[in-house]
Design a protein around this ligand. Structure first.
Ligand code: PLP
Length: 442
């Protein structure tokens, strides 16, 4: 169903073309637990393999449950096509491997999820893809690193721990001068930010987080905006302009618009080459779980953000808190990006630094009763973690400082429980954070 008004609440439930199951009229999207699909004739099979006709071949590459999710995520982000994959990590891996090969480079924001940093710095570099890091506080830093081998820019809309909103339009505009697409990871800000409206060419998600919303399935997605001209500069994007020997010499930038009538070569190439070869398919059972979450994402994001703002206001007045990190709590130029790019809320995540340093951070986490102490983000439940003693414990002082994690930094993902219960739990834990551990003293 198409919604003229583009309201995310409606798109999350009706977006895409799934209305009911074509054979049973089932309203909920069924889990199509099948590996294969019967061909009606040998011609039919041959046409599907030759991409002359689009249809189901094998669940590693496509599945009707995943298809319903893909169309809905594409609609939510305002894109033309989407590919779902087994995790958010696969989504970022595929987004890079779809444009870059050995000898090429990607220019990425320094403000990134830790798993993306290790993927970029360790794994992709071993494959010969260089990742150059640019500090997004000045968008011009991206331009300074461009050379003939630069294939994409990469950023995260609302990266933690800094929680500085990425300058999407500024960096996208620089990229478009050089025919370089901007890939945005929008995991922490679905609904409240639509990077495609600001010029992003590709939007990825860890669906595991806010879109899934309940901590029940790991999944990822890659949305193709359809707004990027992959053939404008053939030297800039060789993977879309040179014949692909793995697919009968297809030139993806040309063949996909001819066959589909849509400018979606990125999504099609990722599916028929990367998913075919690397096989990181999303299980339809997980797609089903993510669809259940997706239906309420707009409501949840609203509540997450409303609660987070109230938590920020409370924390700013608390004696044990020395610093509150939030999208709007930065110097003006950075805080202004929150009002420019985030609509309907300033984000669900809050960082704090505590008076008592690392010990207070640990004590605070251990004293929380309702908040869960987990490494995840984006659950309906409130979550907390102390990165210096967990996710970032292998880093030295200098690396910690560069990553924005101080010894006392605590990351809070504010859930959708009643705000009074959230604040009560934070308050009681903060009041204990600087008190000596009596058991240890005795
Ligand atoms: N991108 C961001 C911003 C994330 O926070 C995460 C996971 O925390 C990922 C990507 C990776 O997602 P997944 O855990 O689904 O592989």
């Amino acid at each position: 169903m198409s919604t003229k008004r583009n309201n995310p609440e409606t798109i999350a439930i009706h977006g895409g073309n799934y209305r009911s199951d074509p054979t049973t009229n089932a309203v909920a999207v069924p889990i199509y637990r099948t590996t294969s699909y019967e061909f009606t004739s040998t011609d039919h099979a041959a046409n599907l393999f030759a991409l002359k006709e689009f249809g189901n071949i094998y669940t590693r590459i496509m599945n009707p449950t995943n298809d319903a999710l893909e169309k809905r995520v594409a609609a939510l982000e305002g894109g033309l096509a989407c590919l779902t994959v087994s995790s958010g990590q696969t989504a970022s891996t595929f987004a890079i491997l779809n444009v870059a090969q050995a000898g090429d480079n990607i220019i990425s924001s320094t403000d990134l999820y830790g798993g993306t940093v290790s993927l970029f710095t360790h794994t992709l570099s071993k494959l010969g893809i260089e990742i150059r890091y640019a500090d997004p506080s000045d968008p011009k830093n991206f331009e300074k690193l461009v050379d003939d081998k630069t294939r994409a820019f990469y950023g995260e809309t609302l990266p933690n721990p800094y929680l500085r909103v990425f300058p999407i339009k500024e960096v996208s505009d620089i990229g478009r001068k050089y025919n370089i697409p901007l890939i945005m990871d929008n995991t922490a800000s679905p609904v409240i930010c639509k990077p495609i409206e600001h010029g992003a060419a590709i939007v990825i998600h860890s669906l595991t987080k806010y879109i899934g919303g309940h901590g029940t399935a790991v999944a990822g997605s890659i949305v193709d905006s359809g707004n990027f001209d992959w053939t404008a500069d053939p030297n800039r994007q060789p993977l879309f302009n040179e014949p692909d020997a793995s697919y009968g010499g297809a030139i993806w930038g040309k063949v996909v618009p001819e066959l589909t009538g849509a400018n979606i070569p990125f999504a099609v190439r990722a599916r028929v080459c990367l998913l075919r070869d690397l096989g990181s398919a999303l299980a339809p059972d997980n797609a089903f779980a993510i669809i259940q979450g997706l239906e309420t994402v707009a409501l949840r994001m609203k509540q997450h953000c409303e609660n987070a703002q109230k938590v920020v206001n409370f924390l700013k007045t608390h004696d044990e808190v020395t610093k509150v990190i939030y999208s709007t709590e930065h110097e003006k130029t950075i805080a202004d990006r929150a009002s420019k790019y985030l609509k309907g809320g300033n984000g669900p995540m809050v960082g704090i630094e505590l008076k008592g340093g690392i010990e207070a951070g640990k004590k605070f986490i251990e004293s929380l009763k309702m908040f869960y102490h987990v490494a995840n983000i984006g659950d309906a439940r409130s979550l907390a973690i102390h990165p210096a003693s967990t996710t970032h414990s292998q880093l030295n002082e200098k690396e910690l400082a560069a990553s924005g994690v101080t010894q006392s930094y605590v990351r809070l993902c504010i859930g959708i429980e009643h705000i009074d219960d959230i604040i009560d739990d934070l308050n009681q834990a903060l009041n204990k954070s600087s008190k000596p551990n009596l058991k240890a003293v005795v």
